[in-house]
Design a protein around this ligand. Structure first.
Ligand SMILES: Nc1nc2c(ncn2[C@@H]2O[C@H](COP(=O)(O)OP(=O)(O)OP(=O)(O)O)[C@@H](O)[C@H]2O)c(=O)[nH]1
Ligand SMILES: [Mg+2]
Length: 641
């Protein structure tokens, strides 16, 4: 069964509540004061089931302008409006103000009830119809069906329900983003049940047994029962009127304006950015720094307006603003809000939330440009605008106001087009990825300049400077290495062309040490000897190894590259014909000692060319491939570019 929500609207005393009573059998005016004064003060609720099986929940709002805040809390998430205009009075101020509010909230579907038809004759009704059509011209409701009714004489009611059904039949299904939000419009206690909150459910299902959070208060509770139209359910669906019985939270801690949702899924913010449209009929423009009332969902909060472009928004114009709220509201990107001037009380304008970033927005062209991108028409461009730094798909979807389906499609498309790049659990826009890459490469270049002898910049140092968590940084490095833009040198990162560079004094030390190594290449001195005799310390040895002047094997042996090549060639040559080789045979071939031959054989094992088998070694790769690999490993020194 489909359930839909319709809100009433219209001037005070025009017959909204009487019409709802006639349609549903339930008087929505439930407060004693309302019944005594014959006037709606707060929201009222009722429902009917059509012959076609559609359940329509009604939210009846007050028409009096003193209670317009309650009206705003009621019409935030309705599927369609029932605009009630008394035939005898015609269009009045709150008819127009409610119409303007419906426009700001993006409510485009509705039926016009020209009520109290029993009080006027045909000529008068004809005049009234003309006046109504004129008032609706240029609004989304200009083509809405108009039905003449009398609640007291019960005429036109069936036709009205049919018109509502038709209009609701065209309404899109309510989105299920898998992230339920119930903006609370009432919180009360019910004997035998405890705390109950009601509202129109958005964006997901609420189930019995669910743990929930109430934002922005940060309270936690559990759902004990769920009802729609007094019927107990296992789960309530998006777009229906819902009463939720909560345990673990006191009614006094709850209030209209709070939102019930899954824990940690309801971002709260004290600032919202949006393109704010000021109504053409506003008595004055909206000035920078002006104090206004913001109505968002069922919440109402005071705010100061920061106009980000220009100093004032003239009636009929729109501009980007940041509203700095005096207290947080739980909101989502894409939510609609209405702005009112507190005194004299007046609806000024509204718009759709584009950003909830808590930082104070600068009044600059860049801020506006960034916000424009965030509200771009396509899902992909909106997603990309939110990927200015690495974010998970879920985070990016939230920031860009996309539901799960739109988000996943946009992610796939952006990755496919190369407009976004995956970094471990996160995604980042291509341009932002390039900025990160440049940052890492610049850190390396600076590091090479500062410490020319070093292999590179310690990985962790680069990670901290870039400010990425380990996994995402590893993914960034891996990608840059694959692209040939970065090299990993042990625990260091370097530009691929970087070779450790020695100072003239160090080059002099190396020249002497090299001569000592070349004197009897098969019996070279140990690193310890080289240090005591020539001052060739470990760091220099590492740098020379990096540069390709030396081959280090473990920490205890160094050889000239050509010595390693010659020895390896001899061993490979032997193995090409003999299948196995012993340490003694290798020693004789190399004209060396056991002490020097062991590390050389180890070197071949370590690089996967040979393998030990008992006391002997065998060749693991083809001889030709082995010779090529040996030359790669002992490539002659390369100079810095
Ligand atoms: N004759 C006649 N009187 C009606 C009709 N509908 C409503 N009324 C009367 O109009 C008065 C106002 O009706 P309500 O239904 O309270 O009006 P409302 O629009 O809900 O008023 P607020 O909620 O205060 O904005 C009541 O005295 C009703 O009896 C109708 O169709 N015919
Ligand atoms: Mg009423």
């Amino acid at each position: 069964m489909t359930t839909r929500v319709v809100g009433t609207a219209g001037h005070v005393d025009h017959g909204k509540s009487t019409l709802i009573t006639a349609l549903t059998g339930t008087d929505p005016d439930r407060l004693r004061e309302e019944r005594e004064r014959g006037m709606t003060i707060d929201l009222g609720f009722a429902w009917l089931t059509t012959s076609a099986g559609t359940e329509i929940g009604f939210v009846d709002v007050p028409g009096h302008q003193d209670f317009i805040r309650n009206m705003l809390a009621g019409v935030g998430s309705i599927d369609a409006v029932l605009l009630v205009i008394a035939a005898d009075e015609g269009v009045r101020p709150q008819t127009r103000e409610h119409l303007a509010i419906l426009g700001l909230l993006g409510i485009e579907r509705g039926v016009i009830a020209l009520t109290k038809r029993d009080l006027v004759d045909d000529t008068w009704a004809e005049l009234a119809r003309g006046e109504v059509r004129a008032a609706l011209a240029g609004t989304a409701l200009s083509q809405a069906p108009l039905v003449e009714v009398s609640a007291t004489a019960r005429t036109g009611l069936a036709e009205l329900v049919t018109a509502l059904e038709t209009v609701l039949g065209d309404a899109p299904r309510r989105r299920d983003a898998g992230r339920p939000r119930l903006p609370i419009d009432r919180a009360f206690t019910m004997t035998g049940f405890g705390t109950v909150v009601t509202g129109t459910l958005l964006d997901g299902e609420l189930r019995v047994g669910d743990d929930v959070e109430i934002a922005p208060a940060g309270l936690h509770a559990r759902i004990r029962g769920v009802q729609t139209h007094r019927r107990a359910l296992e789960a309530a669906v998006p777009g229906s009127r819902v009463a939720v019985n909560l345990t673990g939270v006191d009614k006094d801690a709850l209030a209209r304006g709070m939102v019930v949702g899954r824990p940690s899924t309801l971002p709260s913010s004290t600032s919202v950015a949006l393109r704010l449209a000021v109504l053409g009929g506003a008595s004055a423009g909206l000035a920078h720094d002006e104090v206004v009332k913001v109505h968002l969902g069922t919440a109402e909060v005071m705010a100061r307006v920061s106009v980000l472009e220009g100093d004032e928004i003239a009636p009929g114009d729109s501009a980007w603003v940041q509203l700095r709220l005096v207290e947080p509201v739980a909101a989502a990107v894409g939510d609609r809000l209405v702005v009112r001037r507190p005194s004299p009380s007046e609806t000024i304008g509204g718009g759709q939330v584009a950003d909830l970033a808590p930082t104070r927005a600068r009044r600059r062209a860049e801020t506006v440009a960034a916000l424009e991108r965030r509200t771009a028409p396509t899902a992909v461009s909106r997603l990309l605008a939110s990927l200015d730094e690495p974010r998970t798909a879920v985070e990016a979807g939230e920031r860009s106001g996309l539901d799960a389906g739109e988000r996943d499609a946009a992610v796939a498309q952006a990755l496919h087009a190369g407009e976004a790049v995956a970094l471990a659990d996160a995604l980042i826009a291509r341009a932002a990825f390039e900025a990160l890459a440049t940052h890492v490469l610049r850190i390396c270049a600076q590091g090479h300049r500062r410490a020319p002898l070093r292999a590179g910049v310690p990985r962790e140092e680069a990670r901290v400077a870039v400010g990425l968590p380990a996994k995402r940084f590893a993914a960034l490095v891996a990608r840059l290495v694959t692209e040939g833009r970065l090299a990993e040198r042990g625990a260091a990162l370097a530009l691929p062309e970087h070779r450790p560079q020695l100072s003239p004094a160090q080059e002099a030390i190396w020249a002497k040490a090299r001569a000592a190594l070349a004197r009897d290449p098969s019996h070279p001195p140990t690193p310890a000897q080289l240090e005591t005799d020539f001052g060739l310390d470990r760091e220099l040895v590492a740098a020379l190894g990096e540069r390709g002047d030396l081959v280090r094997i473990g920490t205890e042996a160094v050889f000239l590259p050509e010595t390693v090549t010659r020895f390896a060639d001899a061993v490979v040559g032997e193995l090409a014909t003999q299948r196995t080789i012993t340490v003694a045979r290798a020693r004789d071939l190399g004209g060396s000692s056991r002490k020097h031959v062991l590390p050389l054989l180890q070197f071949l094992d370590d690089h996967g060319l040979t393998r030990r088998q008992g006391d002997e070694r065998i060749l693991v790769v083809a001889p030709d491939a082995a010779r090529v690999r040996i030359r790669e490993l002992t490539r002659p020194p390369q100079k810095n570019p």
